[in-house]
Design a protein around this ligand. Sequence first.
Ligand SMILES: [Zn+2]
Length: 326
Amino acid sequence: MRLTDKETKEKIGRLTRRDFDEDEIYTFPVTLCHNDIDRDGERFSEEALAEMAELFIGKTGIFDHAPSAVNQMARIYDTEVVTDDSRTTKLGTPYQYLKGYAYMVRTAENADTITLIDGGILKEVSVSCSASRRTCSVCGAADMACGHVKGEVYDGKHCHTVLSGITDAYEWSFVAVPAQVGAGVMKQYKGGTTMEDFTPITTQEAFTAAAQPLIEAAVTEAVKQYEGYLSPEAHQKALDEQAAAHKTTLLAALRTKAAMQAGLPVELADRLTGETEEALCKDAEKLAALTKSAHGSYHFSAENGEADGVSAAFYKKNPKLARKEN
Ligand SMILES: [Zn+2]
């Protein structure tokens, strides 16, 4: 341990609202970042590590994998830039890394997390910070505007981006990918634009010039997204057709029902007129009354040509509805 317990307690005490007993607090070291070239062909300058050492104190760490994030938070209470004499960077320079000392208040919820840290399973950390300068390692050009290509070697100089001028450190989080142990610390680079570089838009023309490409891109994107979809008109037509088909089916059912209720043979249902159940029932009753008065029967008879083989079959199947024979 780098600090005596008293020092540790004091540093943690600056960040907590009350004093904790030693057994209530769990402390552990994390490697936040280093000065070696990472997978993106970028590296933090030694000055950047020192800047981050200041900025990360008090910053919260989260555990992406943890179900209860609230109870799974840790904070950095101390940092130091460490030189690892046992290794060098890809450039052959001394390997330096920013070591953070974090604490957690022990709870029932984070007991498993603490076990994972103790067991060395949780060790990869991802950090978020703002670097205001991104310069070419070969010529020092800002934002790699020189055309030098990362990964290439120019006159014995390896080309990569040097990140420096750290303006803020936001948070750090454990990456739940134990399989990547040794893969190195991941970092996020958040923009190189500082307020000094920012030119405010003051005229309508400038605004249009700036916004137009964005609008066009958004429209193109939206059009692409809905390729193959119906036009609003075609969609409405399809909806109308569906509604019309539904209405036709419904009316057919209502006509049959009205005919049955009025004691008419179902094959006469098609003759009923009306757009509502009530109208259809009225029409069916009217028709039934006519047939009754004409024949003293609820049904048409074969004599006046209204009945046919279909109705005969219907009555055979539905003897309860069978006509009264005259
Ligand atoms: Zn360059």
